[in-house]
Write a protein that binds this ligand. Structure first.
Ligand code: PAF
Length: 283
């Protein structure tokens, strides 16, 4: 696997590998790779002539009181998995490569970042969009791959690509779950054994919400009430948000007449987990 650490090296590698119009897939990550990331990688390797994976724990998407310093880092295991999956190149920039002294420019999007995770993590999507745009400019992918677990992230990135006419095709791939339903996340490794069991309440509450919508319930308030009831049954859980939103605008829905997304963020102990499910009214 080729390793690039500077912007110049990375851009030169991409130019060389796209010189006759070859397809280049980029999978942007923050490392601590799990099967969710690896599913993105496998799709990229299958679809493209070249696959680049970036590993960069992006400081601008963490608030000062968040887990930037504790965010899991495991480059040895990550590199082994990526090599085995047939990845061609790893981009491993340092923070001062991406944000050198004097850095001043950020991507601000209207409305979509104010919903869901953006409401409890102000500035988070400004950091995500900024680093993703920089990665697109440096790596120049034809295709880029994101997981649907970060549903809002996939929507804001697609919106940026559309609004700024970026020449990259965005693929959003399904949530990969553990056998018992817990969505895979790098943050799952913070959970104690007891919290790992408790964390299942998140997926169970989403499934319950989806099922009552499928059973004919059209009141979003009734759906979130039932979801809260399930979450309250787990002592270590604390709800950050529970929402029934329109899939494209992320606006809250009150009467469910069309397909919606159920989205939730829940603290299990000190670990904040997110997940989502599509749900549709009975036709
Ligand atoms: O989803 C992530 O891991 C990050 O938000 C991303 C897209 C790599 C940007 O830092």
């Amino acid at each position: 696997v080729k390793i690039c650490r500077t912007v110049e090296e990375m851009a030169a590698y991409s130019r060389q590998n796209r010189s006759s119009g070859e397809k280049l897939g980029l999978v942007p990550t923050m490392g601590a790779l799990h099967d969710g990331h690896m599913s993105l990688v496998k799709h990229s390797v299958a679809d493209n002539d070249t696959t680049v994976v970036s590993i960069f724990v992006n400081p601008t998407q963490f608030a000062p009181d968040e887990d930037l310093d504790e965010y899991p880092r495991d480059l040895v295991a990550d590199s082994a998995k990526l090599e085995e999956a047939g990845v061609d190149c790893l981009f491993l920039p340092e923070p001062n490569t991406m944000y050198p002294e004097g850095y001043k420019t950020y991507v601000i999007q209207e409305e979509l970042p104010d919903a869901l995770c953006g409401a409890s993590r102000p500035g988070h999507f400004r950091g995500v969009l900024t680093v993703v745009l920089k990665l697109f400019n440096i790596v120049m992918p034809s295709d880029s791959y994101f997981g649907r677990k970060d549903y809002q992230q996939s929507v804001v990135i697609q919106q940026m690509v559309t609004d700024l006419d970026l020449p990259v095709h965005i693929h959003v791939l399904p949530v990969i779950r553990e056998a018992d339903g817990l969505a895979m996340s790098s943050r799952n490794r913070y959970l104690s054994l007891q919290e790992r069991t408790d964390a299942l309440c998140l997926y169970r509450s989403l499934c319950a919400g989806r099922d009552i919508i499928g059973g004919g319930e059209t009141s979003a308030a009734a759906v979130t009430r039932e979801m809260s009831r399930i979450l309250e049954g787990t002592a270590s859980s604390r709800v950050d948000y529970l929402a029934v939103v329109e899939p494209d605008t992320l606006k809250d829905v009150s009467c469910i007449e069309r397909p919606v997304v159920l989205a939730a963020a829940v603290y299990i102990g000190n670990v904040r987990l997110i997940d989502n499910l599509s749900a549709g009214p009975r036709i």
